[in-house]
Design a protein around this ligand. Structure first.
Ligand SMILES: [Zn+2]
Ligand SMILES: [Zn+2]
Length: 419
């Protein structure tokens, strides 16, 4: 029987990888300009980290984790997100003793046992950025400014930023109670999931996309009317700093995000590129997460971007594929060794050269050069080769010229603008 990839796990093929590299390179570039460094985290952690960090009453922890027992009897989980691991690493390595402020990012695969559907996988990729150790609203704004700058730089044009404040551990419980009271009166209208959320986490009801629930949600009390004066002040300064930076936003009082650990600022970015509405990213502040996992009182804020979604939104008129600069075609066996040696030299000089390995006819070599989308073809023939020359064909305008082989590398470097 033929072995295939597991459902929900997929390959990213060489034809596609250029887009991924472009997104990853742009993220590194932008984030490092904002003072962030990469923090690489392990794929597997103790299950407790996610149960306590993300929250027992979340969909992730309740239904979606890849959890197993290892041979030592430990309950381990494939990371479903990055923030809890990054916070653990910050504590474990006492990064705060070097500098209380840590700006870190990570990109890599996450794992959730969800129903696979178009564009949604069980192994999916995220770009993640976090700032630990500061609760100044300036940092909230800076993180959002960086995110918007990154999204613009990868080519998304029509973006909508929504923000909200979820309050802190002083004022949030009050809002939670108020919300619970409100939805208890309407519980007969709520979906099954929301009936359960009413007991475990009533804020999550605001997230529900079921029609019947949406009706009750429209009249629900708004978090921004219940947050304490410190949280109000924090939120108004976030808005002020965003305005100073020229970043437009809408306040959406029903945005609660999926995770328990968010406090105060939370945000989402929706893209209207390619004609449809796509939530590309979201994040927020989580000033209680560290206490859940380690006992220290350290504030944090960050966001996660789903790479699959982002890659699918990249401008269609751009090519991200790295095609050969040159295809070396040979006429007859005696030129093979020269072609091989020439390709080696060009590779060392940073030129992507491809050649024929199969002794094919010139016609079929030209066909392959076309299929690979090579910019130029060099035709190495016995007679010209004796004089140190060969024919260089521009595959774009089909023009040809005879060139000295020793000058080929510098000639190509002058013709190919991106070298
Ligand atoms: Zn508060
Ligand atoms: Zn519902």
């Amino acid at each position: 029987m033929e072995i295939k990839a597991i459902r929900g796990f997929n390959d990213i093929l060489p034809q596609e990888i250029g887009k991924w590299h472009f997104v990853e390179d742009t993220a590194r570039d932008v984030f490092e300009n904002f003072g962030f460094s990469e923090l690489r985290i392990p794929v597997i952690e103790r299950t407790d980290l996610f149960a306590r960090g993300i929250g027992e009453a979340t969909d992730i922890v309740e239904k979606e984790m890849y959890t197993f027992t290892d041979k030592g009897g430990n309950s381990l989980t494939l990371r479903p997100e990055a923030t809890a691991s990054m916070a653990r690493a910050y504590l474990e390595h006492q990064m705060y003793s070097f500098d209380p402020v840590a700006k870190v990012y990570f990109m890599g695969p996450m794992f959730r046992y969800e129903r696979p559907q178009k564009g949604r996988y069980r192994q999916f990729y995220q770009i993640d950025a976090e700032v630990f150790g500061v609760d100044n609203p300036m940092v909230d704004a800076e993180v959002i400014v960086m995110l918007m700058h990154f999204l613009h730089k990868v080519g998304l044009q029509t973006l909508e930023l929504q923000i909200n404040s979820l309050g802190c551990r002083e004022c949030r419980p009050r809002y939670r109670e108020e919300l619970k009271r409100f939805f208890e009166k309407k519980s007969f209208q709520l979906c099954e999931d929301c009936q359960r959320r009413l007991q475990t986490n009533p804020l999550r009801i605001l997230d529900c996309k079921v029609e019947g629930c949406k009706e009750s949600i429209a009249n629900a009390p708004r978090v921004t009317d219940f947050i304490c004066s410190n949280c109000k002040e924090h939120f108004s300064r976030v808005k002020e700093y965003l305005t100073v930076a020229g970043v437009q936003f809408d306040v959406n009082p029903n945005m609660v995000r999926g995770l328990d650990y968010y406090t105060r600022t939370c945000f989402e970015v929706v893209s209207y590129d390619l004609g449809s509405q796509n939530a590309v990213t979201g994040g927020g502040r989580y000033d209680n997460l560290f206490q859940e996992i380690g006992g220290l009182d350290i504030p944090g804020i960050g966001f996660a971007i789903g790479m699959e979604r982002l890659v699918s939104l990249l401008p269609k008129d751009r090519t991200f594929l790295k095609t050969p600069h040159l295809f070396i075609a040979t006429l007859g066996d005696e030129t093979n060794k020269e072609a091989y040696q020439l390709a080696n030299e060009l590779h060392l000089r940073g030129i992507r050269a491809e050649l024929d390995y199969e002794g094919k006819s010139l016609k079929s070599q030209m066909r392959r050069a076309g299929k690979l989308n090579a910019s130029y073809v060099l035709i190495l023939g016995g007679d010209e080769l004796k004089q140190g020359k060969a024919v260089l064909r521009n595959m774009g305008d089909k023009s040809q010229e005879e060139v000295p082989i020793k000058d080929l590398a510098s000639l190509l470097q002058s013709k190919l603008p991106r070298l």
